[in-house]
Design a protein around this ligand. Structure first.
Ligand code: COA
Length: 265
């Protein structure tokens, strides 16, 4: 349930990578609730179809396109499909991500590269491919980063490096695209309940509880809280905010990461 009541995105089009599940899906739902037409992009057509029909079932407008963010041609084709169906793009949400917990010595170069390619190259690909149809005042780009970008944690070298790159890319785009009126921001979620990332990083109930205890607010975050933040950042209410990295982690990054503790116990 959103804290917002009005249709903040009426008449807009949102292109969402990673829109078939998790945080990207919930943000896409929120955009649709607020009047945006959403194009959901991801690797798994079944998940995309389920996410789109849930949106349509609640009166929203959604289309899907299966594409891997690592494949520039596939993402460019998805952008074209969104434009053909809904018109010019107003919001680009880069939420596609990959993760597995592993120490540096426990992953191959290809394992490291897989996450860099999905998170960092995938964000670049979506931004680069969408810009032609996004380039106008009022448009915005939002990337999903992670607090590992600025607070390194054991078992997360690939994600931390990728997300630090994402934040830097977004800040660079804020500078380069500001003259066109396009705002570029990122969100760093903390431990968020009911996400694939959380299931991978805290796979047991005991680990989940320990993580919640390590957060100053004493609980895990919710996808709805992240969706409300995304809605704000992509709406006109955030019209003068660009190049910002919004941390939404219950204060966890102020303390020592429980994920880091896990590796040295
Ligand atoms: N530990 C160490 N290495 C691992 C691993 C693990 N738990 N899981 C995958 N890898 C390695 C693989 O061994 C492979 O390296 P290799 O070729 O040298 O053996 C490499 O990562 C790529 O794996 P593959 O499964 O072929 O890649 P993929 O592109 O199909 O999947 C992942 C990408 C690995 C990131 C996969 O976890 C994924 O698709 N994740 C998407 C969902 C997700 O992670 N959501 C959470 C977001 S926070």
């Amino acid at each position: 349930m959103s804290i917002f009541r009005d249709h903040l995105l009426a008449g807009r089009t949102a292109f969402v990578t990673g829109g078939g599940s998790g945080i990207g899906q919930r943000m896409a739902e929120r955009f649709a609730e607020h009047g945006a037409c959403v194009m959901l992009v991801g690797r798994n057509q079944e998940k995309l179809d389920a996410a789109a029909s849930a949106i349509r079932g609640r009166g929203g407008v959604a289309a899907t396109r299966a594409a891997d963010v690592r494949d520039y041609g596939a993402i460019a084709a998805a952008v074209k499909s969104a434009r053909d169906q809904f018109g010019e793009i107003d919001i680009l949400l880069c939420a596609a991500a990959g993760n597995f917990p592993a120490p540096v010595l426990g992953m191959s170069a290809n394992g490291f590269k897989a996450v860099i390619d999905i998170d960092l190259l995938g964000t670049f690909n979506a931004c680069r491919a969408a810009y032609e149809h996004l380039r106008k005042p009022g448009a915005s780009v939002l990337a999903i980063s992670a607090s590992f970008a600025f607070q390194p944690a054991a078992l997360q070298s690939h994600v931390g490096a990728a997300k630090a790159g994402v934040d830097n890319l977004i800040k660079t785009l804020a500078i380069e695209w500001g003259a066109d009126g396009v705002r570029c921001n990122s969100i760093c979620p903390g431990p968020t309940d009911d996400t694939e990332g959380m299931r991978r990083l805290a796979p047991t109930e005991e680990a989940r509880q320990r993580t919640a205890r390590s957060v100053p607010l004493g609980r895990l975050g919710t996808k709805d809280e992240l969706a409300d933040l995304a809605l704000f950042l992509c709406s006109d209410a955030a019209g003068y905010i660009t190049g910002a990295v919004y941390v939404c982690d219950g204060g966890m990054s102020l303390c020592r990461s429980s994920f880091a503790l896990r590796a040295v116990e």
